[in-house]
Unconditional design. Structure first.
Length: 166
């Protein structure tokens, strides 16, 4: 084969490679616009449960679908429950009342040692968070607990007993 005859197959190969690169970049851009999901989306959002204990015998379970990690405070807001908060600044918010149970926002700790405790279910028991609700990051399959009362005065019911089972 002569040099002139090699030029056409080389150009065809270069064009094919360029087209493949364009197709790959176009699909990557589409995936980015679709939230990073590829053509096959087998991921189904898992629910987040918010358990709110107003007293030892009075609690509610709210189920949420959360698309991205949110703070525990944002998850509580998404339940639609009426909440009252006090903003201490620097991103620190205290939950003062939920559904009217608790203290007013201008006197968030009016009940001395009684306040809204914030917990998470670890699969076997309720655990205390070591940070505030604005600092946590939760996503699907989480169980969060809010309990009105003194520290360790009572526990929320075990999550595996009160959550819906499929």
């Amino acid at each position: 084969m002569r040099k002139g005859n090699l030029l056409i197959p080389a150009l065809i190969t270069i064009i094919n490679i360029a087209l493949i690169i364009i197709i790959i970049f176009a699909n990557t851009a589409q995936d980015s616009e679709a939230g990073g999901q590829g053509a096959v989306d087998d991921h189904q959002a898992e629910p987040v449960y918010i358990v709110v204990g107003f007293s030892p015998d009075d609690f509610r379970v709210e189920e949420l679908q959360i698309e991205a990690p949110v703070s525990g405070f944002e998850a509580l807001e998404k339940t639609g429950l009426e909440i009252s908060v006090h903003d201490f600044g620097d991103g620190f918010l205290a939950v003062c009342a939920i559904e009217g149970i608790g203290c007013p926002s201008d006197d968030c700790f009016c009940a001395k040692d009684t306040y809204w405790n914030y917990h998470y279910w670890d699969g076997t028991e309720w655990m205390d968070y070591q940070v505030g609700a604005t600092e946590t990051q939760i996503e699907g399959a989480a169980v969060e607990g809010w309990r009105w009362g003194e520290f360790e005065s009572y526990e929320l019911p075990p999550a595996d007993e009160i959550l819906p089972h499929e």
